[in-house]
Design a protein around this ligand. Structure first.
Ligand SMILES: [Zn+2]
Length: 85
């Protein structure tokens, strides 16, 4: 096995996995895997900069709150209806 090829395989593999992990953490696993696979290190950067789809600003206090939560973790106002409208 060519050692250079092995190096690049592990190099891209590391970014592929890292990008997938970042995607999973942001609720965008498929996008992370695809970006990591197609773009490698650039895909990882794109995933790190991309918007976290699970955390969205609360309409009452503007703090980031989980999109599945019923009440805001910061101000305890009901957010469910707002976030899903
Ligand atoms: Zn709030």
């Amino acid at each position: 096995m060519d050692s250079d090829m092995l190096f690049w395989l592990s190099f891209y593999g590391a970014f592929f996995i890292a990008s997938g992990v970042v995607g999973a953490l942001k609720g965008r696993l498929i996008a992370g895997i695809l970006l990591g696979y197609v773009l490698g290190p650039i895909g990882l950067v794109v995933m790190l900069l991309s918007k976290d789809q699970r955390m969205i600003p609360c309409p009452h206090c503007s703090q980031k709150t989980h999109h599945h939560s019923y009440h805001c973790q910061h101000c305890n106002e009901k957010v469910y209806g707002y976030l899903h409208s």
